[in-house]
Design a protein around this ligand. Structure first.
Ligand code: ZN
Ligand code: ZN
Length: 413
């Protein structure tokens, strides 16, 4: 093995009041990451390009040297969740969300309060899959409020979904529901948008008064009564191949991306969300992710040149403005995965690279265009110290754009 790449989703942040004007990374106590930082170099990266606010898929696609037009979120998610697709099948990433009503059209929560249990999502999906449509479709729940939606047949993907939060490098706080729209005047694009809109409207009819949601309302929880979709795609993503790489990926997006990039994927089933505490579920997931990563590295170290580990949980506290949770997650990863890597890498001269796919500043409650810190451990002489946004800014690696990233840190295909 030559290198380990760890992506901490949503790593970057801005100073937080709750942390005495430090970022979660700055205030975290991370002796193992600091050990690696002190024996390597740091820098910053613009995952797509300066000024661009990336979604996770856009960032990862770019960090592995691809162009945005070569891939779509919908295809990555659907293939990563195990759906079989043929060309022309229209795939989306979907969210269970909460709206007040179709008539009023106010979005109350894009993720149904992050409290949808696995069992509830499965029950609701079963009902959704019985919707009577003129075309075949599949709705597959994945983790928490997340799902993939596929319409089978010869569709156009030149359409915008009804979730417009992130679009072409910009981010807006969407408060009203909208409809899927064609973005050219092709008849098939109009037709494809109509089908998607028909599904979304019927889905509301099925979900709003579903027993699962009646029960949720009774318990004071937000009903999962609306479906938001984004990332329309009909073509298999054409990605650069990384055949000498293994990947630890457990969310559908990262699984789909790794598989389509020719990597050998090692995954585990995400712990079910059984009770209402989404953060307890996240910690269960994080623990499993760190344990599983360590086991996988030990298992495959002789079979692959590189391993890509994507830790998703660190993105969530940013979206929820929970800087202390974010800091605690960094500390947990430091005490587990990085403690292991600190011992694992030096004797074999294995490089360790740590970065993120984008920044998710707590106070913005969403992704931002701020660059992410990069750490390259290469067992060089002692110099820089704490791994943080500010320290990385001064680092020798300088400013990197996503597409140049792997070359810059000396990882190849
Ligand atoms: Zn992300
Ligand atoms: Zn995010």
């Amino acid at each position: 093995m030559k290198g380990v790449l760890v992506i901490l989703d949503g790593i970057g942040d801005l100073p937080c009041k709750q942390l005495k004007d430090k970022t979660p990374l700055e205030s975290a106590d991370m002796s193992n990451l600091d050990f690696l930082a002190a024996r390597g170099e740091m820098g910053i990266m613009y995952p797509v390009k300066p000024g661009f606010i990336p979604e996770s898929d856009e960032a990862i696609v770019s960090i592995f040297g691809n162009n945005q037009i070569d891939s779509t979120r919908g295809q990555l998610e659907a293939r990563g969740s195990g759906l079989k697709l043929i060309r022309g099948d229209l795939a989306f990433r979907a969210n269970f969300a909460t709206i007040d009503s179709l008539e009023k059209g106010n979005i109350i929560d894009r993720r149904a309060g992050r409290t949808l249990t696995t069992k509830e999502a499965e029950e609701l999906s079963k009902a959704l899959n019985k919707i009577n449509m003129s075309v075949k479709f599949l709705f597959k729940p994945t983790v928490q409020h997340r799902a993939a939606l596929v319409f089978k047949g010869g569709f156009s993907d030149n359409i915008l979904g009804n979730d417009l939060t992130y679009l072409q490098g910009k981010s807006i706080n969407v408060e009203k529901i909208s409809y899927c729209k064609p973005i050219d005047d092709d008849e098939n694009s109009q037709y494809s948008a109509n089908i998607a809109n028909e599904f979304i409207e019927k889905a509301y009819g099925v979900l709003n008064e579903h027993p699962v949601n009646r029960e949720r309302r009774k318990r004071g929880l937000l009903p999962a009564n609306y479906i938001l979709i984004r990332g329309a795609g009909i073509e298999v993503p054409k990605l650069k191949m990384y055949r000498r790489w293994a990947s630890v990926a457990y969310m559908p997006l990262e699984k789909g991306f790794s598989k389509l990039s020719g990597m050998t994927v090692y995954d585990f089933d995400y712990p079910k969300l059984k009770k209402l505490d989404a953060y307890q579920n996240l910690y269960d997931g994080l623990k499993e992710a760190c344990d599983f990563s360590i086991k996988t590295i030990e298992k495959v170290k002789r079979d692959f040149d590189y391993i890509y580990i994507h830790i998703k949980e660190t993105d969530l506290p940013g979206h929820d403005n929970k800087p202390i949770e974010k800091k605690l997650m960094f500390e947990y990863i430091d005490q587990t995965l990085f403690k292991f890597l600190r011992k694992f890498a030096p004797p074999k001269n294995i490089k360790v690279v740590v970065t993120g796919d984008h920044s998710t500043p707590c106070r913005l409650k969403g992704h931002s265009a701020d660059p992410v810190p990069v750490l390259l451990y290469n067992n060089s002489e002692l110099k820089e110290k704490h791994f943080s946004e500010a320290e990385a800014m001064k680092g020798k690696l300088g400013k990197i754009v996503g597409k140049e990233f792997l070359k810059k840190v000396g990882f190849d295909k």
